[in-house]
Design a protein around this ligand. Structure first.
Ligand code: ZN
Length: 274
């Protein structure tokens, strides 16, 4: 059975109820050791006070969300994305994050050239990898379910992400989110292929059989169809020893509940069904 010492809360899970500082305090109060903050939450709280409170509470950062969004129609657009990713890198360093999570971006507005978008993603990661390596901050590509290929991420499988990692070398790996990869018949082989060095994050939630919103209707662990223990066993067999990070966007359900209840449910479900 997983232990709460392995639990992390991706702060998107309570983003409608709590600002960053409140969320950090709430997670610490619940006895959960780790968090993954989002950059918009950090911006709203202010980087310095956010990092200060995070440190005072003795929390650990299982990943910073997020860098990426590389493709753009123009060189200027790509340069703007690169600059923003450098700031994301600085924020990940300020939180001493286990990794900077990359949601790589989809098709630029008006484009139908998926191959070009994917090439831009790889170029963008390669450009970010140099400063990331120099700073010692791992980059974790998060493959997203193919339903997000247009607008969020055109890297859609573990295999595709690992092919990029193979070409770019050390310092870049994957964030394995069960919501995005549970359906993949190649998942066991790809998790084994990733190995300890390249498995940088493990995100958990559940896929509801009847999904009402493609982005904002993720389920609590145990309420859907994903065999989470099976995937956890795969990542552990590959050597992963990091946190189990709960990441739930849930506009109609968990975002409407008292945040303390959400955290207690995360603790209980993590223990019993993950
Ligand atoms: Zn995720």
């Amino acid at each position: 059975m997983p232990d709460t010492a392995q639990l992390s809360i991706n702060l998107a899970t309570v983003r409608q109820q709590w600002g960053l500082i409140e969320a950090l305090e709430g997670v610490a109060r619940a006895g959960i050791p780790a968090v993954a903050p989002w950059r918009d939450q950090i911006a709203a709280a202010g980087l310095k006070p956010a990092v200060q409170r995070f440190r005072d509470l003795g929390l650990v950062c299982s990943g910073l969300c997020r860098g990426g969004m590389f493709p753009a129609l123009s060189p200027e657009g790509r340069a703007t994305a690169h600059d923003d990713n450098l700031r994301a890198l600085d924020e990940a360093l300020a939180f001493d994050a286990a990794c900077l999570v990359l949601v790589v971006g989809g098709l630029p507005e008006g484009s139908r050239d998926l191959a070009d978008a994917r090439a831009q993603v790889e170029d963008g990661i390669a450009a970010l990898l140099e400063p990331a390596r120099a700073a010692g901050m791992p980059l974790a590509i998060e493959p997203l379910h193919p339903m997000y290929a247009a607008d969020r991420a055109c890297v859609n499988t573990m295999a595709q992400a690992l092919d990029i990692c193979d070409r770019l070398g050390p310092g870049v790996g994957v964030a394995c989110d069960v919501y995005h990869v549970w359906w993949d018949p190649d998942l066991p082989a790809q998790i084994a292929r990733a190995g300890r060095e390249r498995l940088m994050a493990f995100h958990i939630c559940d896929w509801l059989r009847t999904t009402r919103d493609l982005l904002l209707d993720r389920g609590m662990m145990g309420d859907g169809v994903i065999d989470i223990p099976a995937i956890r066993h795969m990542v552990e067999a590959a050597g992963f020893e990091g946190f189990h990070e709960v990441e739930i966007f849930s506009a109609q359900d968990w975002w409407t509940r008292p945040p303390e209840e959400v955290l207690q449910t995360c603790i209980e479900r993590h223990r019993t069904v993950c």
